[in-house]
Design a binder for this molecule. Structure first.
Ligand code: PAF
Length: 293
């Protein structure tokens, strides 16, 4: 019998991955707060699919955790008793810090993976999910176990997040994504604007300062970035996603918790440990915190 993939929650990226696995013939079940099956519509490349996924049943041996960074630890704590001793767990979210939280919780034969994705998804309603933009995804093994499992995880994640590139070290990619997210997400959330607004001249001094400070802390953590290169990348994401609302803008607009601690907060924490101050990131962090009080 093929082993089922269990996907945590019913967020947009999780349902994209679950739908693609289901349509490719994988067994997929959902772990969520509500009991019973979940029915929804999945729209991709102009095709509309009606999908029903059953509630997760233990033991769980293949687990995808595509929840926000701040929710990873509590999700994993609930799931640990349901996991098989050799379960493979794949995390997938913006921001950093969860790998360090999860690794100490795992048993010796349990494997850990990380998927970094730029796929764009949109949920018009709770029961509808639309794949709205293709973007690259990367998969890295954080804690390796049996080679048999590596093949299982790599082939399934290639289906779920296609186009996906396996990489040996996810850290440089996570830092690069952090550069983009630590500029676009807090600024669009604070000003409640689409990403393209950040191309306006009035934002440029702040964006440059955020990137300079990012490079300082990244360098202290052993990650090298050139200002011109990372600035070009941030500007091209702003340009290519001009009409999109960032995930943090949407979270704020809907009164949901923000991924601020895994993005700006993570940079501030790493800076403090390295004896650095990041005044522009600090001010943005405080401004967003004050707004949500
Ligand atoms: O979090 C997001 O919304 C995205 O990572 C990005 C690249 C900032 C585009 O909106």
């Amino acid at each position: 019998m093929t082993q089922a993939w269990t996907v945590v929650g019913q967020g947009a990226i999780g349902l994209l991955a679950a739908s693609r696995l289901h349509l490719a013939g994988y067994q997929v079940q959902l772990f969520r707060r509500t009991a019973g099956p979940f029915r929804y519509q999945f729209e991709q490349a102009d095709a509309l699919h009606s999908i029903q996924l059953n509630a997760a049943q233990a033991p769980i041996s293949l687990l995808l955790v595509p929840v926000k960074a701040y929710a990873v630890l509590s999700a994993l704590q609930q799931l640990l008793p349901l996991l098989s001793p050799d379960a493979q767990i794949a995390l997938c979210h913006n921001g950093m810090g969860s790998i360090e939280q999860v690794l100490p919780l795992l048993q010796p034969q349990q494997g850990l993976w990380f998927v970094s994705t730029s796929q764009a998804t949109f949920k018009p309603t709770a029961q509808q999910i639309r794949h709205s933009g293709q973007g690259p995804s990367y998969l890295a093994c954080i804690k390796a176990t049996a080679p048999h499992y590596a093949d299982l995880v790599r082939s399934a994640m290639a289906v779920a997040f296609e186009p996906l590139t396996p990489v040996d070290d996810i850290q440089p990619l996570l830092w690069r994504k952090l550069a983009v997210n630590s500029v676009i997400n807090p600024l669009t959330a604070l000003h409640q604007v689409p990403n393209g607004e950040l191309a306006k001249p009035e934002f440029q001094p702040q964006i440059s300062a955020l990137l300079q400070e990012f490079i300082e802390v990244a360098t202290a953590c052993g990650q090298k970035f050139e200002f011109d290169e990372i600035s070009t990348q941030v500007q091209s994401v702003i340009h290519n996603t001009a009409a999109n609302y960032s995930s943090m803008q949407q979270d704020k607009a809907h009164g949901r918790p923000l991924e601020l601690d895994a993005i700006t907060g993570y940079l501030l924490k790493r800076a403090k440990a390295a004896g650095l101050t990041l005044p522009t990131h600090q001010a943005l962090y405080q401004a967003l915190h004050q707004q949500s009080l």
